[in-house]
Design a protein around this ligand. Sequence first.
Ligand SMILES: O=C(O)CCC(=O)C(=O)O
Length: 270
Amino acid sequence: MQIPDTAKDSYSKNGFHIFKEPIVDKERVQNALVGMDNVRAGKYDLGKPPEESPWNPGDDVNLLCKIEQPQIADRAIAELIRSPEIGEFVATATGAKMVQVWWVQLLYKPPIFKNEPRTTRVGWHHDWTYWKEFWEDGSELLTAWFSLKDVHAESGAMKFVAGSHLWEGMDGGDFYSQRNTSDDFNLPPGKNWNEQLALFPAGCMSIHHKLTLHGSGENTSSKPRRSFALHLRTDKSAPLLRRRENLTKYIDDMDICPIIFGEKVDKAFA
Ligand SMILES: O=C(O)CCC(=O)C(=O)O
């Protein structure tokens, strides 16, 4: 697999990059689709449930389904998220010596219900808002958003604001906001709100920096949008030990939080 050499420049300039060629083989993607269906149905072939989640089996199927740490519950999802190809692409774009998955979210966005929009939008936010109390300042953290199905504009695709990872003071976004408006942010002088949709085929992914503003609209297609968000760290990161019991609590468990590129090299593991 040829990794595009534009990835590094594009990621550092825009705060995101879209890999439009399939990254892992079709079989792993197909197996993960079955795994996603099983986890949504409460069937756990690894014998354990996922982490406590905003959506649980039996909840309204017309709502955005977000399930935390599904790889604890399902073997095929665990296989997908440990794909070394994902690690190689991320390392190429970031220059990292190590890439570790530290949290995973299953994201299933159903089509809008009988022309009635439900709460399936994702409001503009950056991820650091939710992570900063668990990681040392300056930690290099990013997300690989991996799609199991083709993503079209009408699927409720991810949108990124180009260059926003370089702006200061963009805290205050809200994942669950249904507003989807840039009015909630004060742009730095001279900066423009340039939204870009992340469209790509099944088996591909986008990556985004912890400070890049992103969100997504509702799914007006006839098919669900099906993806995983892999929250990643590089060797230039360290969890705050006093908060270890929270979002970083699995970080020493290599089954749940596999290193997908390089070897453990940071002070958290010293
Ligand atoms: O799936 C979405 O639309 C949003 C996901 C997200 O916020 C993330 O991966 O950081």
